[in-house]
Design a protein around this ligand. Structure first.
Ligand SMILES: NC(=O)c1ccc[n+]([C@@H]2O[C@H](COP(=O)([O-])OP(=O)(O)OC[C@H]3O[C@@H](n4cnc5c(N)ncnc54)[C@H](O)[C@@H]3O)[C@@H](O)[C@H]2O)c1
Length: 246
């Protein structure tokens, strides 16, 4: 049976790479994003025939959008097996300059979205008795962040905790919940967050002296999405070039 995977924030960057690796691994893939245009372009890129992809607008700040997305996926593919809560805002405002409104916005797009995604999709997956949820956290959530803002770092730390909570809640019903905590990956978001003149210094500070590879993260998602991944849950998978060791 073909498994169905949904990725949030799949219009560009890591979400697009993750969607691509899931597609390559044989999944039918739902590419969702705040921008329907970006989701549609990405979906057409992956599968010009449109047979194995579905593009959806899903604003992760809206619970109603999650519910509508689930209904749309079931209408089109009749099932859902894998959810990747990937969408996020990456902001770099210095800590003393972050307004309460900006703090709340980042928390709602990055953390509340993961909470709602795990609730809405987790409820469906548990009812089916099978599912895989993968939440994109970050090294920033473990070490307080370097290039990124305090709100971003705090939002990502909370995702690690939510991952454990939902993993415990859903473990006995066939649903695993894991997080991935990447360090700086070769990606548009890192290029945008780190000025070109500071990038070489950032790379020299990474023990392996290279940025991470987005396709590798996609392959890790594929690994965690597999049926044989039933024994890993509540874990945070570090992919950070040696910047943070437990
Ligand atoms: N790039 C890195 O080095 C890195 C490192 C650590 C963690 N991460 C995490 O990986 C994930 C992907 O990062 P990225 O580098 O691809 O970021 P990105 O900014 O390039 O892409 C984010 C995507 O999310 C979408 N998005 C933003 N707000 C949304 C909303 N409200 N609803 C739905 N979609 C929305 C954007 O349209 C975009 O397509 C994020 O969770 C990020 O925190 C990335």
């Amino acid at each position: 049976m073909t498994h169905i995977a949904l990725v949030t924030g799949a219009g560009q960057g890591l979400g697009l790479c993750i969607a691509g690796q899931l597609f390559k691994a044989g999944y039918n893939v739902v590419l969702s994003d705040l921008s329907l245009d970006a989701a549609q372009t990405a979906a057409a890129q992956l599968d010009p025939s449109g047979e194995r992809v579905l593009a959806l607008k899903l604003d992760v700040a809206s619970k109603a959008d999650f519910e509508a997305a689930l209904a749309a996926v079931l209408a089109r593919f009749k099932a859902l097996h894998v959810v990747v809560n990937n969408a996020a805002m990456t902001m770099t405002t210095p800590v003393m300059q972050i307004s309460p409104e900006e703090f709340d916005r980042v928390m709602s797009v990055n953390t509340r979205s993961t909470f709602v995604g795990c609730q809405v999709f987790g409820t469906y997956l548990a009812e089916q008795g099978y599912g895989r949820i993968i939440n994109m956290a970050s090294l920033a959530g473990q070490n307080g962040g370097t290039a990124t803002g305090a709100h971003y770092a705090a939002s990502k730390g909370a995702i690690v905790t939510l991952t454990k909570i939902f993993a415990k809640e859903l473990a006995s019903r066939g649903v695993t919940v894991n997080a991935i905590a990447p360090g700086p990956i070769e990606s548009p978001a890192v290029r945008a967050a780190v000025p070109a003149e500071r990038l070489e210094g950032l790379i020299q500070n990474i023990p392996v002296k290279r940025l991470g590879d987005a396709d590798f993260l996609g392959k890790l998602v594929v690994q965690l999405a597999g049926e044989d991944a039933y024994f890993t849950t509540g874990a945070t998978w570090d992919v950070n070039g040696g910047l943070f060791m437990r």
